[in-house]
Design a protein around this ligand. Structure first.
Ligand code: NDP
Ligand code: 8X3
Length: 254
């Protein structure tokens, strides 16, 4: 049987890297995408050597629509039939009250988390519709369910991911294409280091007194959704760390 193909955006770190490994382990051909060429090279090598996977690496920024289009159009017939699109690339920048936030940070989050995800969806879903087969997994967040203090614009981008995912599910309901929103809670990745602009001590503090989720934990859930029987559409999954009550309530051991 022909191997299935997954494309993961933001595969160079955290949840995306976990997804690339999990799908490689599950026998998929893996298209890893990201904006860091060296990290893509290293991950590609690891997926080939440790998982025996067939790998294709595409180096682009999801905010660059033309670059993304060129990359997707460069895929030859061995790679162009994408079965699973994991829209994972995303970030939070800053944790300040809305009246003190940075316009630049807001634009980067909106351009990446919303417009980047839309660009990839618009590029890849038409061929899924044509084949009447495929699965889009968007990485949302518990932050999209309710705002938490100083989360404002990041939370709004993830609320947008929820609505965009729900909208796509409605629009493809006449086809066999499935659409999933995975909403993680506290996952220890590079996320907080990025959010705090490289302040690693502040980033480490986010995970103090609680055992956070890992990128691999979330990758398992993504793979589970993609592996469900064809008539089963996992619409949405909220995955919290144990001892995390909600996006804004975490029980921490002293
Ligand atoms: P990481 O920072 O570890 O990974 C983020 C990935 O996204 C990196 O590969 C990064 O690449 C990539 N990325 C960021 N901006 C762009 C861009 N413009 N173009 C292409 N790739 C880009 O964080 P996570 O793995 O935690 O985050 C992955 C997703 O999970 C995000 O959408 C995040 O919002 C979401 N999420 C994270 C949670 C958490 O607690 N960690 C919880 C809920 C959701 P680069 O290395 O080049 O920056
Ligand atoms: C990431 C989880 O709670 O830090 O989306 O916003 S949180």
């Amino acid at each position: 049987m022909e191997k299935k193909i997954v494309l993961v955006t933001g595969a160079t770190s955290g949840i995306g890297e976990g997804c690339a490994k999990r799908f490689a382990l599950g026998g998929y051909k893996v298209i890893i995408t990201g904006r860091n060429h060296n990290k893509l090279e290293l991950l590609g090598q690891l997926l080939r050597e440790e998982y025996g996977a067939e790998v294709c690496a595409l180096n682009f920024d999801v905010r660059d629509r033309e670059g993304a289009r060129r990359a997707i159009e460069s895929l030859d017939e061995n790679w162009s039939r994408i079965d699973v699109l994991v829209n994972n690339a995303g970030l939070a920048l800053g944790l300040e009250p809305e009246y003190e936030g940075s316009w630049e940070d807001w634009e980067t989050m909106i351009d990446t988390n919303i417009k980047g995800l839309l660009a990839m969806t618009r590029l890849i879903v038409p061929s899924m519709i044509e084949r009447n087969s495929g699965h889009v997994v968007n990485i949302g967040s518990v932050a999209g369910d309710a705002a938490y203090p100083s989360g404002n614009v990041y939370c709004a981008t993830k609320a947008a991911v929820k609505t965009i995912t729900d909208g796509l599910r409605l629009d493809v309901a006449h086809t066999a294409v499935r659409v999933t929103n995975i909403k993680p809670g506290l996952v220890q990745t590079n996320f907080s280091n990025t959010r705090f602009h490289g302040d690693d001590a502040r980033a480490d503090n986010v995970y103090k007194g609680i055992k956070p989720l890992t990128g691999d934990d979330i990758a398992d859930v993504v793979f589970y959704a993609a592996s469900a029987p064809a008539h089963v559409q996992i619409a949405e999954v909220l995955v919290l760390a144990t001892h995390q009550g909600s996006g804004s309530m975490i029980h921490r051991e002293p």
